[in-house]
Write a protein that binds this ligand. Structure first.
Ligand code: DX5
Ligand code: ZN
Length: 215
């Protein structure tokens, strides 16, 4: 499967968001990962729809919006309106019924739906959703902050999911040149990376390392 790289804007310098977006766009990023946190589902607060709206104007890349918030069903419309191209919700925050309604809404607007699960949440909890989502985002850190260490338990989850799911598998948290190779081997094909990309001296080689580093 072709490998795509999604820089996580959480690790960017927010005082110059527009040029940070251009920097990763020019360095070959495939999409922009946007971490939305509410201080309830995770112990941190980040950005909301108003920022997504202006990011939409500042890049031509798809915006992959990762909702780490309670009651995402209530906020999906606002993130759709702001210009999201993909929206991921956490299985820990929705009922199946809510997810079906979100899936229907996003489909009618041509927006992709992802389901995510925390490191402590077993794969079986998302099995029922695999038929209605476009992709799965496997968390390889406890959500809340950039710059944490990769949790190796994610590897088995990716491997097992790949056996039963042939669409995109995203992996998010602690991705660098070493862990990238491991998760690609396990079957992930979209790599989210924040600190590794935005902390790099050479953004282009950082992205290339993640994408092409030998597998
Ligand atoms: C964690 C976020 C991640 C994070 C990744 O809660 O969902 O997207 O920004 O950052 P790194 O790559 O630094 O682990
Ligand atoms: Zn994320």
């Amino acid at each position: 499967m072709n490998i795509r790289i999604a820089p996580s804007i959480l690790s960017a310098d927010f005082s110059k968001l527009g040029s940070e977006l251009k920097k990763v766009e020019n360095a070959g990023a495939d999409l922009i990962h946007v971490d939305v946190m509410d201080g309830h589902f995770v112990p941190n607060i980040t950005i909301g729809p108003v920022v997504v709206k202006y990011m939409r104007k500042a890049t031509k890349l798809d915006l992959d919006v990762h909702l780490m918030i309670e009651n995402p069903a209530k906020y999906v419309d606002a993130f759709v309106k702001a210009g999201s191209d993909m929206i991921t919700v956490h299985i820990e925050t929705v009922t199946f019924k809510e997810l079906v309604a979100i899936a229907r809404k996003l489909k009618s607007k041509g927006i992709k739906l992802g389901i995510s699960l925390n490191p402590a949440t077993p794969l079986v909890s998302i099995k029922k959703t695999l038929g209605i989502v476009d992709f799965v985002l496997i968390m390889s850190v406890n959500p809340g902050f950039g710059g944490q260490a990769f949790m190796p338990q994610a590897i088995d989850k990716i491997r097992q999911l790949r056996l039963l799911f042939n669409k995109d598998i995203f992996v998010d948290g602690g991705i660098n040149d070493i862990t990238a190779k491991i998760v690609k081997d396990a079957g992930a094909n979209v790599l989210v990376a924040g600190s590794y990309i935005f902390g790099a001296k050479n953004t282009k080689s950082a992205i290339n390392n993640l994408r092409r580093g030998e597998t």
